[in-house]
Design a protein around this ligand. Sequence first.
Ligand code: CAA
Length: 382
Amino acid sequence: MDFHLTEEQELIRKTAREFAEKHLAPGVITRDEKAEFPAQQVKMMGELGFMGMMVPEKWNGAGLDAVSYVIAIEEISRVDASAGVIMSVNNSLVCQIFVEWANEQQCKKYLTRLATGELLGAFSLSEPQSGSDASNMRTIAVKDGDSYVLNGTKNWVTNGINSDLVLVFAITQKGIGYKGISAFIVEKGTPGFSTGKKEDKLGIRGSDTCELYFEDCRVPAGNLIGEEGLGFRIALHTLDGGRIGIASQALGIAKAALDHSIEYAKERKQFGKPIAQFGAIQSKIARMATRIEAARLLIWQAAKLKDEHKSYVKEASMAKLFASQTAVDAARDCVQIHGGYGYMQEYGVERLMRDAKITQIYEGTSEIQEMVIAREVLKGSA
Ligand code: CAA
């Protein structure tokens, strides 16, 4: 495997890093405190091509590969993990469903605008009673003439409030389990579709999360994606790509923890010398640095397999499982290295600890990633 980035990939890293330092770093602590959505910055990310990175140019996307995409997500999340998840959901869950499953008309109408950041998308699979057991949903969509009528409640929808459209998974045929699930495009403002309150979260507070309610919500039949019954396959296949995005978000958080730790350990003096000279600190920094490299390699491997149109189910889950644990551990050690200062909000490192945790939960908990990996390994694809 070639570990070298192309000139274009290096340029993407540089552009994403400069953008993040210049436009996301200022105000990141306040946005976290006040749970403010970075609306202006998301628009700018759209202008840079970051909201539709893997969308073909034909649909106004940047036409880039998955390796470029994970590099950009890492850099954005290194500064602001909330911006990282907003970008990840729009790219890997929403745009990608259009690219792989939607028809020309749907792509023309929506994807061309999602890819530029003119529209923001959300993906809505989970329900109050179904998180990990995703197919156990109750939201139903009943065909009525040339429309479907949706009823149900969705949970924990990232971008739910600020999005212009939501991809909704609902049952079109009862009694046949996941084979009866279908996927729909639902525009904001459709009568019968409303959003709940913005959830008050532990971390990634700059991104919005909410419930969605569908009460006799009539959606044109032309908004069905693919065919009836394909919904669950669409969701799981898409989540494989999403997991690479979240793994990269976790990697960005871990890298931020390492960078802050190095800077502080070199500056902070105790017992007459910089704390970087103490073995206990060096051990934490060495572990962080090693695991970050390992996480990056797992992520790049999965992204490369995706680019080569090969199966990457196991590799995406491994990347997410490992990168999210790395982020949680690195952020905790970063706070420890900072001591009392690390516990204070103004140093910006306690936020890393809060932001890191979600990467072990959404787009499949660590327990689900282990289940997916074990299934793949046991069926002999290891
Ligand atoms: N790609 C495509 N199809 C897949 C697939 C994949 N990776 N994995 C399974 N399938 C197919 C199977 O082949 C099967 O279809 P066929 O019968 O046609 O072959 C069908 O899907 C059902 O598969 P399973 O029997 O394996 O399904 P399961 O009910 O046992 O569930 C699971 C498997 C891995 C546990 C799955 O439910 C899962 O991933 N759960 C976690 C849900 C999740 O990640 N939710 C995230 C919510 S979105 C989010 O978090 C976004 C955000 O806010 C940031």
